[in-house]
Structures are given as C-alpha cells and as structure tokens.
Ligand binder design. Sequence first.
Ligand SMILES: [Fe+2]
Length: 167
Amino acid sequence: MTSDNDEVFFKWSPEYSVQIKTIDDQHKVLVDILNRLFVAVSKREGDKVIAGILDSLMSYTQTHFTLEERLMRQAKYADLESHMQEHRMLMEKLDALSKKYLLEEKPIYFEMLSFLKTWLKEHIMGVDQRYSAALRDVGFSADSWEREATAEFTAMSEKKKWWEMWK
Ligand SMILES: [Fe+2]
C-alpha cells in the first residue's frame, strides 16, 4: 500500500523474518493493515472505513497472537508467559485506541500509528525472533503447526470476512 508520494509508512524488511513462513506471512499482513490504516487516516477516508480497518487490525492481531502463543506452548517455550504479557498489553492499547476513536470520537493521531509501527517492529525483532531461534535450537519443527494454523486462519477469515474490511 502506498501513499500519494509513494512513500510506504511501514516497509517490510527481510531482517524482520523469524524464519517461520506462516508467522512471517501473518506479520506481513499486520504491516499491510497498518499501512492501510495510515493511508485512511492521512486521506481522512471517513469513519466507516477507518472503523472497518480498526476492526480488521484488532481481530487479525488477536488471532495471530493466539496462534503464535499456541506454537510456543507446543514447543514448551520457557518465556511464554512474558511473551503473552506483551501481547496482552498491545491488545489493551489497540482496544483503547479504537474505543477512543469509535466511542469518544477522538481522532487517530500519527503518533499512535508510529507507536504501533515501532511496537510491531521491536516486538518482531526482539521477542519473536528470540522464540523462533529458541525453537530452532531445540530442533522443534513448526511444520505441523504451520499447516494447522493456516487452515484455521483460512476458516476464520471466511467466517469473519475481515479482509473485505480493509482491502
Ligand atoms: Fe509475538
């Protein structure tokens, strides 16, 4: 997604990879949704559009976190609890942001979008890369989780049709 001057708000970089394709794909979708939100806010696309994108962002993020936590649980990853705590804190932030916008009718500021971008970037390159390295170290294969997660995500997407809200 690009803005008028072709500058992408959040550009994916190979250094963000956690070397698990399904996780990388989901992270890329999160980046796409954030970029879509950035464009909508920049162009003042209107409440209905922005509310739809926010809803997509919330439900996609929640599903992604749940699946990622399941992977760490399957691998008996030691730092699962603190990782889950980071996920919970971000969901609370997102929740507060959308409530402010939808209920209190406060505008979305670029500072908030920058915060989300920085959070995601640092989370991926910090704790996400840490757990994926730990899984590799113990020789845990994410293959069966990847198949399961992909099937589940597809089924959920068909039910929620979240992609229609932001594409
Ligand atoms: Fe994570």
